[in-house]
Design a protein around this ligand. Sequence first.
Ligand code: C5P
Length: 254
Amino acid sequence: MTVPTSLKGPNLNAAAVVPAAGRGERLGPGAPKALRELGGVPILVHAVRALARSRAVGLVVVVAPANGVAEVRALLTDALGERESAALVVVPGGETRQESVRAGLAALPADIDVVLVHDAARPLVPVDVVDAVARTVADGAQAVVPAVPLADTVKQVNPASVAGTPEPVVSTPDRSTLRAVQTPQGFRRDILDRVHAKAVAEGVDATDDAGLVERFGGRVVVVPGHEEAFKVTRPLDLVLAEAVLARRRSRVEY
Ligand code: C5P
């Protein structure tokens, strides 16, 4: 996939912000999720490489656990080599994902116009998805989300207060209108800065950045995501990620 040179040109500079400060407790006990290994390499290194491989991305800002900044910086500098580490910044994160993204945004140089926010927990996102998101922002979108159709039918329920108790179904949304969203999500920098500032002022918390843009009246569009951009959340996701990596390596794609 080709990316317009304007993405790297003097008029449009793209950076990626990678929130990686979560503990990832649903994966079970052990190291913070971003430092768990996949094919012998930390999940975070895979995620940063996936972004750095895109010609659209000139700078990667990694948001690390507050007590792990030096460790993460050393790990990435080692893994990425001279050229890529020159375009790498590591800053401490916050209590929530939203706070961590805000810390990453605060570290961006003034000349950055396009921001891709990518969860460290999605280590195997193909470079074509990164390119497509960046290109759609470069082409004029305010906010862009990669997404895939749902395999399962979804039910809206009245959640039970006790886990395991039967829950009454409220409705069944039409599956053809639903998408499961992934990252990197791409934004015009001015818009992302504005919605994060508003979220602080109004005490709003959202699970993704595009949600903040929607909340404050911006326009968000969806582009095709990829099945390999799934989020590593539970132990079974690690098994799947290892299998995807092994398949890529056997095809010498990696
Ligand atoms: O917990 P969840 O999987 O939704 O986290 C999504 C991403 O946000 C992960 O990459 C995680 O490291 C990051 N995060 C963060 N700071 C927090 C909580 C989560 O950077 N305080």
